[in-house]
Design a binder for this molecule. Sequence first.
Ligand code: ATP
Length: 323
Amino acid sequence: MKKEMVKSIGVLTSGGDAPGMNAAVRAVARTCLNKGIDVYGVMLGFKGLHEGQFYKFNRHSTRNIINVGGTMLKSARFPEFADPKIREEAIEQMKKIGLEALVVIGGDGSYHGALELTKMGVNCIGIPGTIDNDIPDTDYTIGFDTALNTIVDALDKLRDTSGSHQRCTILEVMGRTCGDLAVNAGLAAGAEIIVTNHTGFDEQKIIEQLRLSKASDKKHAIVVITEHITDVHELAKHVEEATGFETRANVLGHMQRGGRPSARDRVLASRMGIKAVELLEEGKGGLCVVQHGEEIESEPILTLFEHKRQVPQGMYDDVLKLR
Ligand code: ATP
């Protein structure tokens, strides 16, 4: 028997926002409309799904958003969605408007919601939207490149002042448990030391390295560290006391989430949005879109949960080769 074609698709953004999410929403909307599929924007992630906050898109709904950061659909944390009863209620809301399938743009938490809905009969496809690049099996997530450039821009500015005052600068960046932002930014901005969950945190080793740098007549130094590893202000105090290197700590914070998406993020988001609709059109669910080299492919969400993203050791080695 021929499978019924999907007639109506919703798209939502969930978890932390990331630059490029709008470009993905636009790609989902336009691909649907070009195929004659009804498409709805769901406000506020799974919270809006549960509340029935649906807006039917037309050709104009997603105009002028490809270059805009944040997410036009807004995002929300809604832990209640882990409750099967709440998900049942959300599915009832979808049925009221004939919404059959969903594209979920977000991080790994959002993928749990997408997978659970698929198990309950609503096909969902995940698109990796998070600046952290902490989703395994995809080369890049949407928002990573823009955030990386924001950090490098900040480090370049800190280098100017750090060099002028012959200081050591410590910068804490986002990434949750993933070191991609720190190691890439460190390489791009010429940092002496990178600290991530992969390298581990050894205060004495950092102090020793900075002492060596100062002794070898280095006039300033940059340390990049992933969030949640240590209190960077305390670390700065300890470094200054132990090395005599005047040291300042900076926490870049939510600035990393904002800004116009880079060209790379827009391209990735656009291609992933198209792919997500094509998968739903084929009657597939429980998958997420991934980038492998130049190809946009898909993987079962379940497979991703079994893996952890690993930044290649070679990247860390390269930082050491250049200091
Ligand atoms: P980021 O990586 O930017 O934090 P994320 O998608 O991992 O993004 P979370 O807050 O972990 O962000 O998850 C987003 C939403 O996904 C949650 O608020 C909740 O609505 C839904 N969600 C998370 N875990 C589950 C789960 N186990 N079952 C159902 N829904 C879930």
